[in-house]
Design a protein around this ligand. Structure first.
Ligand code: COA
Length: 334
């Protein structure tokens, strides 16, 4: 647990931006591609649409759009940004990742440090945790964090059990040593490596190198054990939520909004039930975007802020789980 010590300044998440592809695939269109139905997808997952990149679009372009919006509304100027972290499951290229492309396109100086961070769908919360520690310990002041995902490029569009679940998007935020919104009261990141293979994409790594793709095509797609993921997701998000609440010395009833990772409405409802929280305190937008992995939390957070559901002073709990199995939670005072 990363306790934000009283004697140190609380870092702030000063602004959130998003990048969302224009192209939308509705459940009805998927009925033409695989043996599925709008009724099945809606009742099992809550998803109606997903936004996906067109063939000619680069995933990092979503990160650039999200970053520009995040920086434009932040107290920090672009020239103040001293570190860029891109959380992504699968980057533009295995080498050198996505961060160099995003930072180059944003026009940062040629000495800005950057790196990609891989922590499954919990990547955005891991990036917050890393950023606040870099600020508190290493003298950084304004860290641009990005959750970037283009899973439409790696799902098997012939596998109905996975292709209906995911969408593409990016979310970004500037984490700063000072600010007025999104004060980070507590952050917790954890992992359960016994569940390392629950969600996986085997091909393209060093165990199954890219050059062998032709011989093992099926293993170059995202795979998962749906039921196992479902069960672990609820337990992990509950555990990390309770961690940050205890760490901040508050009660669950003090929390105004929960913004959970958006994977499946049934997982979210189960989480709310297990925490004894009413669903009208939970932000949900997966019907429109499906599971955009590291981007779901910034997308949902921004939507709730823009619609003025989340208001200044509200306590907001973010919680996520994903491949690894990495999970975590962040408690903010908006
Ligand atoms: N359309 C129609 N039928 C489908 C389908 C689809 N898109 N996908 C699967 N099915 C079928 C299965 O083949 C199975 O058929 P069978 O009984 O003839 O074998 C049946 O539906 C039931 O499948 P099951 O796996 O039991 O469904 P489920 O209720 O567990 O729901 C998930 C499946 C994937 C929606 C659910 O397990 C889930 O959401 N898990 C979490 C996944 C997740 O969030 N992953 C990302 C983590 S970050």
């Amino acid at each position: 647990m990363n306790k934000v010590k009283e004697e140190k300044e609380f870092p702030y998440i000063s602004n959130v931006g998003v990048g969302i592809p224009d192209k939308v695939i509705a459940n009805e269109e998927l009925e033409q591609i695989v043996d599925t139905s709008d009724e099945w997808i809606t009742s099992r997952t809550g998803i109606k649409n997903r936004h996906v990149l067109k063939e000619e679009e680069d995933p990092s372009s979503l990160g650039v759009t999200a970053s520009k919006e995040a920086i434009s509304g932040a107290p920090a100027d672009k020239s103040d940004i001293d570190l860029v972290i891109t959380a992504t499951n699968i980057s533009d290229m295995p080498i050198p990742g996505s961060s160099p492309f995003i930072t180059r396109e944003l026009g940062f100086s040629d000495d800005i440090p950057f790196f990609d961070l891989k922590a499954g769908c919990s990547g955005f919360l891991y990036a917050i945790d890393v950023a606040i520690n870099m600020i508190r310990g290493d003298g950084y002041d304004d860290v641009l964090i990005i959750g970037l995902e283009a899973l439409s490029r790696v799902v098997n569009w012939e596998d109905r059990s996975t292709c209906v679940l995911f969408g593409d998007a990016a979310g970004a935020a500037v984490v700063s040593s000072g600010g007025t919104t999104g004060k980070v009261l507590s952050s917790s990141i954890k992992g359960d490596p016994t569940k390392a293979e629950l969600i996986r994409l085997e091909g393209g790594g060093t165990r199954l190198p890219p050059a062998e793709g032709n011989e093992a095509n099926g293993r170059y797609y995202l795979e998962m054990e749906g039921k196992g993921v479902f069960k672990s997701a609820v337990n992990m998000m509950k555990r990390s939520s309770l961690d940050v609440i205890e760490d901040a010395g508050i009660e669950l009833s003090d929390v105004d909004w929960i913004v959970p990772h958006q994977a499946n409405i049934r997982i979210i409802k189960q989480l709310a039930k297990s925490l004894d929280v009413r669903m009208d305190r939970v932000v949900v937008n997966l019907d429109e975007y499906a599971n955009t992995s590291t981007a779901t939390i910034p997308l949902a957070l921004k939507e709730a802020v823009d619609e003025e559901r989340i208001q200044s002073g509200d306590l907001v709990l973010l919680t996520a789980f994903g491949a690894g199995a990495a999970y975590g939670a962040t408690l903010l005072e908006w």
